[in-house]
Design a protein around this ligand. Structure first.
Ligand code: IPE
Ligand code: IPE
Ligand code: MG
Length: 248
């Protein structure tokens, strides 16, 4: 366990960890601007925070950790920023892979991958392939991901099956839609954290977060550190989840 985490675990019930924690890592640009630096410096520092939080979540026994890495809407940004982000994601995927693999991290990627640079597609495929059997924690990266795009892709798939006579449209259920999502075997997020004081989902895991607990952190993502993670999980553990029913 990382040294700074050990004393903080007193704040937590280790038997009630969120099985799936999803994070919208917002505010890299603002973090950089506050320092008079280029936005890409903000993204590089965001990546440092990502590394640390992966370690901490793995130590805490979180089984699935999702990061909103690049949205289907982020292509609207200036070309230099988009290219810089793609380079950074690819560099991270390549450099971190051996360490991740040794630490038992299984990597999964969601999103419209065919629109990503080819070399990045290859790096991601290699990361998934190499780590497929790992079991300590699943690192789920949403890259060129949109919750609406994911639902469109699922609807297209179901329509194709119906057209081919394999599926009766009347028999479509929540389960059949769920089965056509990008990662049908992952549990829904228990807790979604968004940083930088923004309080919206921005198209992240729309279907899956229907009953997720939401937690908002006021500062930019590169400032999010291990004690902040512990605070977020402690707050999650104080929440009462009812799923439309009544509290026991
Ligand atoms: C989040 O930080 C990272 C990505 C969207 C890739 P931003 O780049 O959105 O940072 P702000 O919101 O402009 O500060
Ligand atoms: C959400 O942040 C997307 C990622 C963190 C990748 P954005 O900065 O893109 O979201 P908006 O534009 O503020 O809603
Ligand atoms: Mg933002």
């Amino acid at each position: 366990m990382i040294a700074e985490l050990e004393p903080l675990t007193q704040k937590l019930d280790m038997q009630r960890m969120p099985a799936h924690l999803a994070i919208i890592t917002d505010g890299n640009g603002r973090w950089a601007r506050a320092r008079g630096q280029d936005r890409l410096i903000g993204h590089a520092n965001g990546y440092r925070a990502v590394r640390k939080i992966i370690r901490a979540c793995s130590d805490l026994g979180v089984k699935v950790l999702s990061f909103y890495t690049f949205s289907t809407e982020n292509w609207r940004r200036p070309r230099e920023e988009v290219e810089g982000l793609m380079r950074l994601i690819e560099q991270a995927a390549r450099e971190e892979l051996p360490v991740m693999h040794r630490s038992g991290v299984r990597i999964r990627v969601s999103g419209r991958r065919s629109e990503l640079p080819l070399s990045l597609q290859e790096a991601l495929a290699r990361a998934e392939e190499l780590t497929a059997q790992n079991e300590t924690i699943t690192l789920h990266l949403a890259i060129n991901y949109g919750g609406r795009a994911e639902l469109v892709d699922a609807v297209v798939e179901l329509a194709k099956r119906a057209q081919q006579g394999e599926l009766n449209p009347e028999a479509i259920t929540e389960e059949s839609i769920h089965a056509c999502l990008y990662q049908p075997d992952l549990p829904d997020p228990d807790l979604v954290i968004r940083t930088a004081g923004e309080e919206r989902t921005s198209n992240f895991l729309l279907w899956q977060s229907a009953y997720s607990e939401l937690y908002f952190y006021p500062n930019p993502w590169p400032d999010f550190d291990v004690p902040d993670l512990v605070d977020a999980i402690a707050e999650y553990q104080r929440r009462i989840r009812k799923y439309g029913g009544l509290a026991e």
